[in-house]
Design a protein around this ligand. Structure first.
Ligand code: MN3
Length: 205
């Protein structure tokens, strides 16, 4: 994925995650919010052909190589595009939690149980002040799992860590359905994690 970035369709319908994530939120979140990040990123890069062959991953993990006037706009909007694609790809209903295998073993080693991992994600998601994301990332070399929270659209260090799960805790992700009840949104999210995709993210690190 390089400039000009385009809104990729979801591989499921906007109502596929009901009742956990509602259709109206998905329409707005994917069709409007993500699309705005894409438009802003393209506008910012338009006059900089030297970055038109940079992948999204390269852009968001090399902010220090960009000209000063591009840093913030790529950090916010490139991050917005990168984070949302990962997030939307990780959503599916009725996928069983892992009960065996390499990914499961890594979860047990760090968190003792899948339930504890979810608790850790929830505590961190509730701890994001304002807008941001919570991530389960794996060290590319050791495979060790860590939960981290990041402000705004900041991307974790993806040269060292591979994203396994990410959770959007911006209010636009849940306000239509849950209003100010972030805990309810997080509990709903736990019903739509595509654990098979998370496992693939972990194994492909
Ligand atoms: Mn969002």
């Amino acid at each position: 994925m390089t400039y000009p970035f385009e809104l990729q369709p979801l591989n499921y319908s906007y109502d596929a995650l009901e009742p956990f994530i509602d259709t109206a939120t998905m329409e707005l979140h994917h069709g409007k919010h993500l699309n705005t990040y894409i438009t802003n990123l393209n506008t910012a890069l338009e006059g900089y052909p030297e970055f038109h062959d940079w992948t999204l991953e390269k852009l968001v993990s090399n902010l220090d190589l960009l000209p000063e006037q591009l840093v913030t706009v790529v950090r916010n909007n490139g991050g917005g595009v990168y984070n949302h694609y990962l997030f939307f790809e990780l959503l599916a209903k009725d996928v069983a939690q892992p009960t065996s295998g390499t990914f499961y073993d890594a979860i047990i080693e760090t968190f003792d149980s899948v339930e504890n991992l979810k608790d850790e994600l929830k505590v961190n998601a509730l701890g994001v002040f304002g807008s941001g994301w919570v991530w389960l990332v794996a060290d590319k070399e050791s495979g060790d799992l860590t939960v981290v929270k990041m402000p705004n659209q900041d991307v974790p260090n993806i040269e060292k860590f591979v994203p396994v799960i990410n959770l959007d805790v911006w209010e636009h992700a849940y306000y239509l359905k849950c209003q100010n009840r972030r805990p309810e949104y997080i509990d709903n999210f736990f019903n739509v994690i595509d654990w098979k995709k998370a496992e693939a993210n972990y194994l492909n690190r």
